[in-house]
Design a protein around this ligand. Sequence first.
Ligand code: ZN
Length: 312
Amino acid sequence: MYCFGIDVGGTSIKCGLFSENGALEDKWEIPTRTEEKGEHILPDIAEAIQKKMQEKNLKKEEIKGVGIGLPGPVTDQGEILCAVNLYWGRKNVEEELTRLTGLPSKAGNDANVAALGEVWKGAAEGHENVLMVTLGTGVGGGIILNGRIHTGVHGAAGEIGHANVNPHETESCNCGNKGCLEQVASATGIARLARQELAAGQDESVLRGLEDVTAKDVFDAYKQGDKTAAKVVDTFARYLSMGLSSFVSVLDPDVILIGGGVSRAGQVLIDCVEKYYRQYAFPSAKDTPIILASLGNDAGIYGAARLVIQNT
Ligand SMILES: [Zn+2]
């Protein structure tokens, strides 16, 4: 048996054909057509699936179903409440995708689905209870309990990027609040901290010569021993650890996974976060391992495939 894992982003849709045991047989991408309120997105996916089945000579009876990860809160019933990047309002994705493909479908939030992918075939393979934090343009999160996604009543479980970690913050987050984790731990948040540090301090820094400082620049400079970068990384690590220690008090997972573009900084990022995490965490959870996610951009298609396998 085979299944499809689909990961829908704002600019492209990643598609994977998997065997039931989790071998990735084929992967490809199609563009996300957001015009006309994103009404072409699901029909485009259905067409891509049908084309692939023809190409590989696969019959409907050989396909277990289609799993799909989406950028927005998704309920256990497969309904997305809104997806700003896709120009979608409320929509029952599972019903629509099943009607379009004639295959069983299961939908989930993209960050939750990525966590499920890492648990299935990535860095957290073999673990049943995992907290995954995705540090990208924003900060996302996924919670896996007993091997399954914890969605929450509104499909919003794991939306840890908007947990308040700094009540003294004066600038506003995209969500309208002030002091969110996303403001200090996302790629844009780290760049913002760097701009603040450069404006406030007089230290010489390789970052001063750069036109537009990115999170990658900050970690590269940190690895070279740059003092300003070290201050920024320290602030980032402190806030992220405050968030993690609170979330772990609620979840008590086997492992904390860190993924997303910022995590490409590698082990140095884990080392900085661990230092504060060990300090802040509840004693019995102080030794919870913090590790880097390993599937990169493929986590979403793996998780989507796993989601439909688990639920059909
Ligand atoms: Zn926020």
